[in-house]
Design a protein around this ligand. Structure first.
Ligand code: PLP
Length: 473
């Protein structure tokens, strides 16, 4: 029997529960707010407040320009990148923090296009999903036009990509595909691709693969080098070379808790980085911070080796410092998962180490929270027109749950927010709820559904004030 007391008991027994204290969540608790939107903007970590104060008052206020060296601002993009690398299963020096996700996609997609143009110029298609996040589609469409390529958008049923690649058949469908560009966890439905399977199939079809990890980094264990045969990164079997993705990008402000507009990240497989080094390849936004020697001030562009070439302009230090605090809230889960392996000074992909333990523990909690939410909404809100759109299969979903409502999606979300439960709405009909296991409690799930029941049974969501559309939904 699901009861509020049972939820409280689960919280009391939860070994990850103390991680919540890392967040400045007391004002939310005091106001009776239940925050289920960490998939859009993560909660403020307490450490960020002190860190930003320190950066502003001391590093900027006192150190001024000297802090580029003395406070090591100049390597902050790499340092935070190395921390995020541990969350997505890649090695240090392979991932960098810079710009926005859209801009990083422009850079890595340009790189992929350049590789295909050199190696397989007969391949003319970029394949993505119609349901992909629009910015990804806009960037891909723009680059496809510029390079005289075709952007093919497949439907969002589970097998659409497989069919396009011709996986398992000999119809040669995938022969002209240059690049497969997908978002791992769909922003609207929460559906999660089987990353390793899709990557392998794309490689077998001869295409390069780009993953947008905006809704997965920090939310689910990501294995860019492949998962062997294991679901959910559980660590069975050795990944094969063809399982490793080619490029990845992702947001800093969602599950990484980096703050509004936090910089994003970009990862490039070392085999491509090595080739770029050999060929002195320049990315399309070849700014001075991606130069081999920015402070030589030479008029000629000479790209930096490695992932640093993907930098463009001066890094946003305040935002980077905040992002580092956000990423640290995830790395802190180490202590709670009983890992005793040193986590510093490592290089190479972390396939079996504590980062995997940590994210698996968080993942188990995320599954439990999302399962509970689905069960409670379906049992307590039946007959109110809500339809689950997130896959029930835990291997196919991220850390969010979405329900569709034919007419009242926006208004129900607004009425819920008025009752202190913050989720969001994604047009045309999706009510979206994110579950961040670092700070969401089982009792929050219970109370959120309780208030949803009140919103629906009272019919208050039909009040005209809840249908007034704000700019951000
Ligand atoms: C999957 C996905 N990609 C990209 C973005 C946008 O990223 P940015 O605004 O940093 O360019 C979002 C934003 O929500 C997203 O969900």
């Amino acid at each position: 029997m699901l009861t509020r007391d049972a939820c409280l008991a689960r919280d009391a027994a939860d070994p990850l529960a103390p991680l919540r204290a890392q967040f400045a969540i007391e004002p939310l608790d005091a106001g009776g707010v239940i925050y289920l939107d960490g998939n859009s903007l993560g909660v403020l970590p307490k450490a960020t407040i002190d860190r930003l104060r320190h950066v502003v008052e001391h590093e900027w206020g006192v150190g001024l320009i000297r802090s580029w060296n003395s406070a090591d601002w100049i390597t902050l993009s790499q340092r935070v990148g190395d921390k995020i690398a541990r969350l997505v299963g890649v090695g240090s020096g392979e991932l960098i923090v810079a710009d926005s996700t859209s801009v990083n996609l422009y850079k890595v997609l340009s790189a992929a296009i350049a590789i295909v143009a050199a190696d397989r110029p007969e391949r003319r298609r970029i394949v993505s999903e119609r349901a992909n996040f629009p910015t990804d589609l806009y960037i891909a469409d723009t680059l496809a036009r510029a390079h005289d390529l075709e952007l093919t958008l497949v439907g969002d049923d589970e097998d659409a990509i497989d069919r396009e690649l011709g996986t398992g058949s000999k119809d040669g469908r995938g022969e002209d595909i240059a690049i497969v560009m997908l978002t791992h966890v769909n922003y609207r439905t929460g559906r999660r691709h089987r990353m390793t399977d899709v990557t392998r199939a794309a490689h077998e079809a001869g295409a390069l693969v780009i993953w947008d990890l905006s809704h997965s980094a920090g939310a689910v264990p990501v294995r860019l080098y492949g998962e062997g045969d294991a679901p959910d990164g559980a660590g069975r079997g050795d990944p094969r070379d063809e399982d490793a993705a080619d490029f990845a990008i992702g947001c800093g402000y969602k599950y990484l808790n980096g703050g509004p507009g936090a910089p994003a990240f970009a990862w490039v497989h070392p085999r491509h980085l090595a080739r770029m080094d050999r060929e002195a390849w320049r990315q399309p936004l070849a700014g001075w911070m991606g130069h081999a020697a920015p402070f030589a001030f030479t008029p000629e562009y000479q790209p930096a080796n490695g992932i640093a070439r993907f930098l463009c302009g001066t890094p946003p230090i305040l935002s980077l410092a905040a992002l580092e605090c956000g990423v640290d809230t995830l790395l802190a889960a180490d202590d709670r998962t009983g890992s005793d392996r040193a986590t510093s000074d490592r290089s190479g992909p972390d396939r079996d180490g504590p980062d995997r333990d940590r994210l698996n523990a968080l993942r188990q909690k995320s599954i439990a929270l999302t399962d509970l939410f689905i069960a409670l909404v379906e049992s307590r809100c039946a007959g109110h027109g809500l339809t689950l759109v997130t896959p029930r299969d835990v291997d196919r979903r991220g850390s969010q749950v979405s329900f569709a409502h034919a007419t009242g999606g926006y208004a129900i979300v607004q009425a819920l927010i008025a009752r202190g439960v913050i989720g969001d709405f994604r047009a045309p009909d999706i009510l979206r709820f994110g579950f961040t296991p670092l700070y969401t409690r089982f009792v929050d799930v219970w109370d959120a559904v309780d208030r949803l029941v009140q919103v629906l049974t009272s019919g208050e969501w039909r009040e005209p004030r809840f249908s007034v559309r704000a700019a951000v939904t």
